[in-house]
Design a protein around this ligand. Structure first.
Ligand code: GLU
Length: 324
């Protein structure tokens, strides 16, 4: 893949998006006052921690999912009346993904297609259901859209850099862990910040509805969390000097850094962010089906090949853990 053109285009798209609806309501009259940099839509500084940062954490093992009932059934052999049979009868899988996170879920501006590690995972689910990796209706979701989209039955599955945690398990079901991430920090190359500890009192960007925002709010150094809709909005704010850092999972930061050579990822991971595919609470049969598929992907090298394609040399895939 020829990256350079793509980065430029992605970055251009991000900057263009940032321009939309960005006229400040308090814009100074022409010729008077100082210029204010345009900001992406829906930017806000948090004055109180996100509600999930203060809620008592439900206790569970979030990485333990539902055990497969057996080996993955052959294409077309899903039991009658199952969620899988309903999806096959519909003719397409409805999947929630991102279109703003280069490497994980992004729209390739050269061909208009959604691509990335998470998108390839969805394609494997489609292949298991239909024998065809392309029987998918994608729905683009922000971080904040994920749980509501599942609760409202708008999607069959969400594969979107989503950390499994006990609070979310109360509302949705998760597959076994398919990627192990950790939260780090992105700063301009000129910055002397070396990690989250150096960001006390400084503005740090993450998306609304993400775990990352909660982790920033909970950091001992007490940064000021700034929330936006999409990860590319954080990159724009960093480029404009309106935030001091972006902090989220390492693969997301790797995608942002790949689009802007004047940024760098610093510090060790300061959280564990195991990713799971998420499902409506009622669809336990589909979770077990996908877990059987994940067993195959880990064993037959497809997981490693997808990792190699987007994220480089693969480690051993995350080990499946079950709660039965
Ligand atoms: N893994 C984190 C989460 O699930 C951040 C990723 C994101 O929101 O895209 O909230």
């Amino acid at each position: 893949m020829n990256g350079t053109g793509r980065w430029g285009l992605l970055l251009g798209a991000a900057l263009l998006a940032a321009g939309c609806g960005a006229v400040p309501s308090s814009a100074p009259p022409i010729g008077g006052g100082s210029a204010q940099a345009p900001r992406p839509a829906d930017v806000s500084e948090l004055t109180a921690p996100p509600s999930t940062a203060t809620a008592a954490p439900a206790s569970c093992d979030p990485t333990a999912s539902l055990r497969p009932t057996g080996p993955l059934p052959a294409v077309g052999q899903a039991p009658a009346g199952s969620t899988m049979a309903d999806i096959v009868a519909r003719g397409r899988l409805i999947a929630g993904v991102d279109q703003n996170t280069y490497l994980m879920g992004f729209r390739n501006p050269l061909n208009g297609q959604l691509e990335g590690f998470d998108v390839d995972m969805v394609r494997e689910v489609s292949r298991a259901l239909f024998g065809d990796p392309d029987r998918i209706q994608f729905r683009v979701l922000t971080s904040a859209d994920r749980v509501p989209a599942l609760e409202e039955g708008k999607v069959d599955i969400v594969v979107r850099t989503m950390t499994v945690n006990c609070e979310r398990w109360q509302k949705v079901n998760f597959s076994t862990v398919y990627y192990q991430a950790g939260q780090r920090v992105l700063v301009p190359t000129s910055s002397d910040v070396t990690g989250i500890d150096g960001l006390g009192g400084r503005k740090v960007c993450a998306t609304k509805g993400s775990n990352s925002l909660v982790n920033i709010a909970n950091a001992a150094s007490k940064p000021v969390p700034v929330q936006v809709a999409d990860w590319t909005d954080c990159l724009v704010l960093l480029q404009q000097g309106q935030v001091d850092a972006v902090s989220t999972d390492n693969p997301i930061l790797a995608g942002l850094a790949a689009q802007d050579p004047y940024t760098k990822v610093v510090g060790d991971p300061f959280t564990s962010e195991p990713y799971g595919m998420a499902f409506p609470k009622a669809d336990e049969d589909f979770v077990r089906f996908v877990n059987a598929l994940l067993e195959q992907l880990r064993a037959d090298g497809r997981w490693a090949a997808i990792h190699q394609r987007w994220l480089g040399t693969p480690p051993a895939p995350p080990v499946a853990s079950y709660r039965d």
